[in-house]
Design a protein around this ligand. Structure first.
Ligand SMILES: Nc1ncnc2c1ncn2[C@@H]1O[C@H](COP(=O)(O)OP(=O)(O)OP(=O)(O)O)[C@@H](O)[C@H]1O
Length: 281
């Protein structure tokens, strides 16, 4: 661990994920503490390179920076801004659901990062509570572009192989369709989890989870958190909408959070459509 790699001294193992191992490291020349993601499986090198290329081109206050990418001793290393603090998932596991004020604050930051990505033709594809860190002063930082790709870059999945984390997958992703709207569905799942502490689409089997997602069949969040405002409930409703065309965009989320009165009046047509999505054969 103490042998420096390209001037980086590994100081701590942070964890492992779908793409490889993550270490905290110190770069003496720049006196920077960074996170280094190391790819363990050679067959995923292209995927890893893709992650690096996507992230290196981005500059947004709520997206972790990429400093550099290099290959050393057959290991692909992605050097990232080190983000101190728990992920939203870790935070909820430890302390339970967030207050509406904190959840809205985090959602506004993440939606603005998503809007930034979507305006550049990038679909994140893996937004989930475990991929957002709560850094100092409640600042949200989006991590992990393992599954992101530019909309026109080569498809890295073979046919029939569904990517994404099942609980946050949008209905259309089960048939291989992913777009910026799928990220907005994941924003809805995230908001639901932050406010209730529970996943909207739990289930014991993949087919049960899939069936519930395809029908947007979730327990009304107010049943789990009776103090929840109508505005939060309507925002979740606007995001967990089966048809991608009728779902709120990231920009609309940012606007709605800035002007919550936009969510004041009930959307009867939307309610009827949702009811129909649930009951139709
Ligand atoms: N830039 C970073 N700063 C601090 N910790 C990080 C950073 N990037 C990742 N981590 C942490 O390292 C661990 C592994 O992260 P990684 O992104 O590889 O996988 P994951 O998000 O846990 O899973 P998956 O790859 O399946 O999405 C996680 O605990 C994550 O929070």
């Amino acid at each position: 661990m103490n042998q420096p790699i390209r001037g980086y001294t590994l100081t701590q193992w942070v964890g492992s994920g779908g793409m490889g191992e993550v270490y905290q490291a110190y770069h003496t020349a720049t006196q920077r503490t960074v996170a280094i993601k190391m790819l363990s499986r050679v067959e995923q090198a292209e995927r890893f390179r893709n992650e690096a290329a996507v992230q290196a081109s981005l500059r947004h206050p709520h997206i972790a920076l990429v400093y550099e990418f290099f290959v050393e001793n057959n290991l692909s290393c992605l050097v990232l801004e080190y983000i101190e603090g728990p992920t939203i998932e870790q935070y909820i596991k430890k302390s339970g659901p967030l207050s509406e004020e904190v959840a809205w604050n985090l959602l506004a930051q993440i939606a603005s990062a998503m809007d930034y990505l979507h305006n550049r033709g990038i679909v994140h594809r893996d937004l989930k509570a475990g991929n957002v860190k709560i850094a100092r002063q409640g600042k949200a930082k989006l991590l992990d572009f393992g599954l992101a790709r530019f909309a026109n870059s080569p498809k890295l999945t073979h046919e029939g192989y569904v990517i994404g984390t099942t609980g946050s997958m949008a209905p259309e992703q089960f048939s291989g369709q992913s777009s910026s709207a799928s990220d907005c569905w994941a924003l809805g799942v995230l908001l639901y989890e932050m406010l209730t502490g529970q996943s909207p689409f739990g289930g014991s089997t993949l087919s049960e989870i899939s069936r519930r997602i395809q029908k947007a069949d979730y327990v009304a969040p107010q049943k789990l958190n009776p103090r929840l405002s109508k505005a939060s409930e309507r925002l979740i409703d606007k995001l967990l909408t089966v048809s991608p065309d009728r779902r709120f965009t990231a920009r609309q989320v940012v606007e709605a959070l800035r002007h919550p009165h936009l969510l004041d009046s009930p959307d009867w047509v939307g309610q009827m459509r949702k009811w129909w999505d649930r009951v139709k054969p």
